[in-house]
Design a protein around this ligand. Structure first.
Ligand SMILES: [Zn+2]
Length: 300
């Protein structure tokens, strides 16, 4: 039986972005797990949503349990860090925040999960953290570090790490021969947005009176800046049959306002249209120059 492990920062990252992919593999008989670094403690939650819960962490863990059932996941595993919130917020400085944790230490916790679950495929955040969330960026760095520690391969150069503007993806020239001992190294993917969809959103939002530089519930997402970040799409999955699962899983995260339930009619429609295709960038095995777009993460 094959195993897929998604490693993301918060309850909802598994559903809003790539819920179709996780549901697809889970329903095709792949043992599909979610390693979630935090319990989303810093998420904005309307007071009325808190009824019956003693903390945001408890509420969001319950939402994740619900999403996990809808997606058909085999398990949810917490790394037990605290949500750091957006860059510059008070929560960054909390002693247990993912932001404050040393990358090597986070990598060690990821290694323990990898050793236990023995995945064939791992998915994590891209090096820009999708929309720049510091927890997403830290998990990308820690997952890559875990690979380097476990398998003695280099995925990122040290100079790349502190800067967030350079793609840290190693493209092999064909000389990266894989030794027999390395054949068990899981394939590694990061999530990748469709630039076309983003550029469309940047054009459409002003028409409905929204500033694309101040997007999202907390107005702290700069879509214009995000369109300048480059993560090459190397795999494109058609998840159309699993959109109902993704939507039901996303609806579980009601406190976080699922993307299909917020914004204007136009943004909701654009989001719905875009979500049939979920896109990824493969970091390992390294890309060959002649390689075609993948339609499966297991190399089929
Ligand atoms: Zn997140």
């Amino acid at each position: 039986m094959k195993t897929l492990v998604a490693i993301f920062a918060h309850p909802d990252d598994e559903s809003f972005g790539i819920g179709g992919t996780l549901a697809k593999y889970a329903h095709e008989g792949i043992s599909t797990h979610y390693v979630c670094a935090t319990r989303g403690e810093s998420g904005t939650v309307d007071p009325e949503m808190m009824q019956g819960y003693t903390s945001v962490a408890e509420l969001r863990s319950t939402e994740l349990e619900c999403a996990s059932r809808e997606l058909g996941l085999a398990g949810v595993h917490y790394l037990d860090y605290r949500d750091s919130g957006m860059l510059g917020s008070e929560d960054n400085r909390h002693e247990n925040s993912l932001f404050a944790a040393a990358t090597d230490e986070v990598a060690q916790r990821i290694i323990r999960c990898i050793e236990r679950l023995k995945p064939d495929v791992i998915i994590t955040h891209d090096q820009f953290g999708g929309y720049g969330h510091p927890d997403h960026i830290k998990l990308n760095q820690a997952t890559l570090r875990a690979y380097e520690m476990l398998y003695d391969i280099q995925l990122v150069t040290k100079e790349d790490e502190p800067t967030l503007t350079q793609p840290s993806i190693a493209i092999a020239d064909g000389h990266a021969a894989i030794s027999p001992a390395q054949t068990a190294i899981p394939r590694l993917y990061v999530t990748a947005f469709s630039r076309r969809f983003l550029r469309l959103a940047v054009r459409l939002l002003p028409l409905v009176g929204q500033d694309p530089r101040k997007f999202g519930r907390n107005k702290d997402i700069d879509l214009v800046q995000i369109t300048s970040w480059f993560v090459p799409i190397t795999a494109q999955l058609n998840v159309k049959p699993y959109i109902p699962h993704k939507e039901r899983a996303s609806a579980c995260h009601l406190s976080q306002r699922p993307p299909t339930q917020q914004g204007s009619f136009i943004t909701r429609l654009a989001f719905r249209r875009a979500q049939h295709l979920e896109t990824f960038s493969r970091l390992y095995p390294p890309l060959k120059r002649s390689e075609r777009m993948e339609t499966d993460l297991f190399g089929a």
